[in-house]
Design a protein around this ligand. Structure first.
Ligand SMILES: NC(=O)c1ccc[n+]([C@@H]2O[C@H](COP(=O)([O-])OP(=O)(O)OC[C@H]3O[C@@H](n4cnc5c(N)ncnc54)[C@H](OP(=O)(O)O)[C@@H]3O)[C@@H](O)[C@H]2O)c1
Length: 230
């Protein structure tokens, strides 16, 4: 099933009242110093959000009056607690590292606990094509890419699947946005969304950021892992 990405705030399933939009104004971001995260932080700030960003090296983040930098590691429960104070939603563009292949699932575990404790429900995560869900009907190209990745970095692929399993068991309103190659470009036009297979070979980081921000106030893909592409 392919659906086109609709313009901001125009679906029937959006959390459509102005009160919700006003409340969802402080987003916690993990991975904000990375490729996708840099675009996300910039877009959130230009949309008027306050951003609390966790970074191992906060100096990599830009200076902005509505950007609160939190120094720490995503695998540290105390850092996650600190990050989430005062936030309404969480977006993770965390990337895995070969030396710490369990980064994503450990961060998800801490996030679920902290979000539950602080009454935060909306969680968005950016991932690659490898996570498997019951709805998937991955085509040859996707299966080929996933097969190559799994042979190269099996521990990282397993870790992402583990994080997905933790979210399934949680009470969060989560969405995992599965992406093909992320291109560091401005908008490249409409975003296609598919729940079964990747609808394209790339996504612009600008369009990914816009898609994520729309999902903050839209439950169309709650408890789902849509693939998106330009
Ligand atoms: N790039 C692509 O083409 C592509 C394609 C498909 C899917 N994805 C997925 O999209 C997501 C974002 O990708 P990306 O390319 O933007 O990743 P990236 O450039 O490698 O950035 C990863 C981010 O995660 C942070 N990070 C990693 N380990 C951390 C830890 N223990 N504590 C705190 N922060 C930590 C990094 O911080 P530091 O600055 O401290 O390293 C960085 O901000 C990832 O999940 C990736 O798998 C990427």
């Amino acid at each position: 099933m392919i659906v086109s990405f609709v313009p901001k705030y125009s679906t029937t399933q959006q959390l459509n009242n102005s009160t919700t939009q006003q409340l969802m104004k402080c987003s916690a971001v993990l991975g904000g110093t990375g490729k996708a995260g840099t675009y996300l932080v910039e877009s959130l700030l230009s949309e008027g959000y306050t951003v609390k960003a966790l970074a191992r090296t906060p100096s990599k983040l830009p200076e902005h009056s509505r950007l609160i930098k939190v120094q720490g590691d995503a695998t540290d429960a105390a850092a996650i607690q600190n990050l989430l104070d005062g936030c309404d939603a969480v977006i993770s563009t965390l990337g895995p590292s070969r030396d710490k292949p369990d980064t994503c699932s450990v961060a998800v575990k801490h996030l679920i606990e902290a979000m539950h404790e602080k009454g935060i429900s909306r969680y968005l995560e950016v991932a690659g094509l490898a996570i498997n869900t019951p709805e998937d009907k991955k085509g040859f190209r996707t299966r080929l890419i996933v097969g190559i990745l799994t042979s190269l970095v099996p521990a990282i692929i397993n870790d992402r699947q583990k994080g997905y399993a933790l979210l399934l068991q949680s009470n969060l309103v989560w969405s995992i946005v599965r992406c093909p190659m992320i291109r560091l470009t401005g908008s490249e036009g409409p975003v296609r969304v598919n729940l079964q297979d990747s609808p394209g070979n790339h996504i612009s980081a600008t369009d990914l950021a816009d898609f994520l921000i729309q999902q903050l106030n839209d439950t169309t893909y709650a408890e789902k892992a849509p693939f998106i592409a330009n």
